[in-house]
Ligand binder design. Structure first.
Ligand code: SAM
Ligand code: DTB
Ligand code: SF4
Length: 361
């Protein structure tokens, strides 16, 4: 069992003089990772827009008037072409995102399972972020060769309520638990710049750091304030806050891959360098995140050269999953997807609440 963290202890780290915090984080980083290696990951939006949720930051929520183009689920061959392109650009991980509230047991899920198998066969780490999922669905993804599942806590439990009303924090924790129980590497982090306090930022880190095991991957996003979303007028987050957040994440989760995620287009090269010193060990590359812009790959190459960084190979932190043909045999219509009934109020039983408490620590 890893060390238990309290909010006070994490806040104390977060509030250290910046020079002290950076030194401690850089030291922790060197003790646990090769500081010259940074994983390059590529995001691919396999199903864009039209999401029924109300996440206040998200351009893909159907209810907000953003100008993103809504698309149907990509085909397996489209995904394969994009994965090969990402690999040839130095990416060792492909994260496929769908604007879904939750996975449904239907043909689209079967298609995603084929995508997972196809990308795993290319010897890339395959990550998916498809919304909430049941234990059975997690197992089917694992059997298809899924390496990691991304499901962000986004903020503290308290601040979460200000940002999203269509689901609860416990739902997020349950999906993370389902991924972990299926042997899938957990990727979970959050966003800063959504009007949260330092306590909220540290509260989220406490929940993540007290998970057993801790997440293997923690994305730290700076809000991309998209016109048409409720958070469109948020002030951009300062680079000093970003470096503080990355450094604190590195110290409380020493083994995790800390991902310098959304928001890099607003950061200078020097600002990003500061985040690498603070312990960031991955970026998303390619000119698009899911729907919003990201720095050009040539700019990233130049920055890596200046800083002496090199891309990290896949599967350094875990074995490549084996794709079992049996993943197809599970009945796609079985499983009890309790979130998907229209007008159905989510029921949480006591056992689930207890599990969530344990996860939160
Ligand atoms: N629908 C799935 C879900 O919510 O888990 C997967 C896709 S969702 C777009 C993945 C993550 O992207 C969110 O949890 C959030 O942390 C991040 N994200 C979405 N919009 C963002 C924005 N405008 N700025 C920063 N991060 C954002
Ligand atoms: C994560 O934490 N950040 C990525 C990935 N996980 C899926 C997504 C960022 C999305 C930013 C907004 C957009 O491009 O739509
Ligand atoms: Fe939907 Fe995910 Fe966007 Fe929320 S973050 S609106 S669940 S796509």
């Amino acid at each position: 069992m890893e060390k238990k963290w309290s909010k006070e202890a994490v806040l104390e780290i977060y509030n250290k003089p910046l020079m002290e915090l950076l030194y401690e984080a850089a030291t922790m980083h060197r003790e646990n990772h090769n500081p010259l290696e940074v994983q390059i990951s590529t995001l691919l939006s396999i199903k864009t827009g039209g999401c029924p949720e109300d996440c206040g930051y998200c351009p893909q929520a159907a209810r907000y008037h953003t100008d993103i183009e809504t698309n149907n689920l990509m085909t397996v061959s489209q995904v394969k072409a994009q994965a090969l392109r990402a690999k040839s650009n130095g990416s060792s991980r492909l994260c496929m995102g769908a604007a879904w509230r939750n996975i449904q047991n239907n043909e689209e899920f079967d298609q995603v399972l084929e995508m997972v198998k196809t990308v795993n066969d290319l010897e890339m780490e395959v990550c998916c972020t498809l919304g909430m999922m049941t234990e059975e669905q997690a197992q089917r993804l694992a059997d298809a060769g899924l390496y990691a599942y991304n499901h962000n806590l986004d903020s503290s439990e308290e601040h979460y309520k200000e940002i999203i009303s269509t689901r609860e924090y416990d739902d997020r924790l349950k999906t993370i638990e389902n991924a972990s129980n299926a042997g899938i590497s957990v990727c979970s982090g959050g966003i800063i710049g959504m009007g949260e306090s330092d306590e909220d930022r540290c509260g989220m880190l406490v929940t993540l750091a007290n998970m057993d095991p801790q997440p293997k991957s923690v994305p730290i996003n700076a809000l991309v304030a998209v016109e048409g979303t409720p958070l469109e007028d948020q002030e951009p987050v300062s680079i000093w806050d970003m470096a503080r957040m990355v450094a604190t994440t590195r110290i409380v989760m020493p083994k995790a891959v800390v991902r310098l995620s959304a928001g890099r287009t607003e950061m200078s090269d020097e600002g990003q360098a500061l985040c690498f010193i603070a312990g960031a060990s991955s970026i998303f590359a390619g000119d698009k995140l899911l729907t919003t812009p990201n720095p050009d790959i040539n700019e990233d190459r130049k920055l890596f050269k200046i800083l002496g960084l090199k891309p990290k190979a896949p599967f350094v932190d875990g074995d490549q999953p084996v794709s079992h043909d049996g993943y197809k045999e599970c009945l796609s219509t079985s499983g009890n997807v309790k979130w998907n009934r229209p007008g159905h109020k989510i029921e949480r039983n006591e056992a689930a609440k207890e599990r969530a408490k344990v996860l939160r620590g």
